[in-house]
Structure formats: C-alpha cells, structure tokens
Unconditional design. Structure first.
Length: 267
C-alpha cells in the first residue's frame, strides 16, 4: 500500500468513527506507529484531520467527535484533571455538573466526598453519583439526548435557574486563542450558560486538545470562569488573559501509581 492509499484509508476511518488510535492504524496497515504518526502529522498540516495525543480525529467546526470515541480519547489526562478538580470541592458543597466525558470523570472522582448536593443535566453523572451515601442528586428535566445521556431544552434551563450553587463544573469543546469558549450544540450551550449564571464559582475542565479547537458556536469567554483545570499550559495568549483577570489555572500532573493528593499547580 502506498502512502497516498494509506492517507485515503486513514481519512475514511476517521470520518466513519470520529477518532482512531495510532496503534490501531499501525495494526491495520501493518506499519510502525512512527509511520502512522508521520501520516497523521501530514494530514493534520493539510487541515484534513485533527491530530490528537495517541490518534487522529475529525477536523470540523460543525460536528463533534462521537461520544464513544471521546470516552477513550485522552482518558488518562481527563482522569488526572478530574481528580485535581475534585480535590478543590469541599465536602458539604452544592454544585452543578454539565454534559461531557471530562465532567463524567469528575463525577467518578467525587466518590470519596461527603454531603454533596449535585444538580446535573447529565444522566451519566447522575448514575455515577446517586448511589453515594449522603449525596443528594437532582436531575434536570427535558429531552434526553440518545447518544450520551445529556438532558437539553428549556425545562433543563428552568430547573437550573431555580438553584444557586457553590460551584458550576463545566466542560467545553474548544478554547480559541482569544479566550472564546466554543461548542457545537446551541441547546447544550443554553444549559451551560444557565449553570454559569447560577454558580458562585465556575470551574472549566478541559484537556489540552481543546486549545485552538474551533467549533463554530460561542458559549462564552474564559474571563467568565474562576478556575481552569487542564493537563498542559494553555497558549500564551490565553495565559495572558487569565493572568490579567486573576483567573487561576490548575495543571494536573500525569496519573501515577499512587492516588493523586491535593495538588494545585499554578502558571
């Protein structure tokens, strides 16, 4: 198989699945992972796909990567971010949690807490947290999105507007270089905006692949949050905006064999 034929096959698989790991591509084409990385790098430079840590995904401003692909994409980084963010949540707190695979990892990381009250529009988060003794979980009403258990619509916004919580913990699909927070679904954005206006502190959870990613819908601005939890430093332009506004950036170290302790690394 020639390099051009590999390029076509890689693009076909990414378009069909949303995300494909480098190791799987190497097995399919019987080449080394290094060869696949070079292929992916070239296709990314041409704007035909997006290079991710460990694989390749769709390059689109109008269509997100499939939920099943996002569940495995950067899983270790999301778990590290989740544990760091969970360490910033005191027991006996109230919090909103919205849709996303990183916020679902955050819900898992909360399981050692006590006395939390959680309002969520994410059925996955609710299923993770409702069995925890001493937790109270409120699930927003609305239309359930079939592929990921997200709950959307005006009823979800109305319920969130009835509460005032200590923390709003949200995910995002992209952060532009000017600090714009970007996403794909206008209904998802409406619920996220309701969380942001009703939370005393807003924590944004985003792994490094979200920096420079450009979905076409604007959700808000980095200046509207109180803390960013990520796994790598943001672009310099975003760092400058955050520093000017006094917004804290918490960078999670890679997960090791020991459970993460409370770590707060600032830029």
């Amino acid at each position: 198989m020639t390099a051009e034929e590999r390029y076509r096959q890689i693009l076909h698989l990414v378009q069909a699945r949303g995300y494909v790991a480098n190791e799987e591509l190497a097995r399919l084409f019987d080449v080394t992972v290094q060869t696949v990385r070079r292929d992916v790098n070239r296709l990314a430079e041409e704007g035909r796909l997006t290079r991710h840590h460990g694989g390749a995904g769709l390059s689109s401003s109008i269509e997100n990567i499939a939920y099943t692909a996002r569940q495995v994409l950067n899983r270790g980084e999301k778990q590290a971010i989740a544990r760091l963010a969970a360490a910033a949540i005191p027991d006996q707190s109230s919090l909103f949690i919205n849709i996303g695979t990183t916020t679902e990892a955050f819900a898992h990381a909360l399981q050692g807490h006590h006395g939390l009250q959680v309002i969520t529009n994410n059925l996955q988060v609710a299923s993770i947290l409702w069995p925890q003794a001493g937790f109270k979980v409120v699930v927003a009403g609305g239309t359930v999105r079939g592929h990921d258990g997200g709950i959307l619509g005006q009823p979800a916004c109305d319920l969130i507007d009835r509460y005032r919580a200590d923390f709003g913990v949200i995910g995002i699909s992209g952060i532009d270089e000017d600090g714009a927070l970007l996403d794909f679904d206008v209904e998802e954005i409406r619920v996220a905006r309701a969380i942001m206006r009703n939370a005393r502190q807003v924590f944004l959870l985003a792994d490094h692949t979200k920096f420079g990613r450009r979905p076409m819908m604007r959700m808000g601005d980095i200046t509207e949050i109180h803390g960013l939890f990520t796994d790598r430093p943001p672009p310099h332009s975003v760092q400058e905006i955050m520093a000017e506004r006094g917004i804290r950036c918490h960078i999670a170290p890679p997960l090791g064999p020991q459970r993460l302790s409370r770590i707060d690394t600032e830029l």
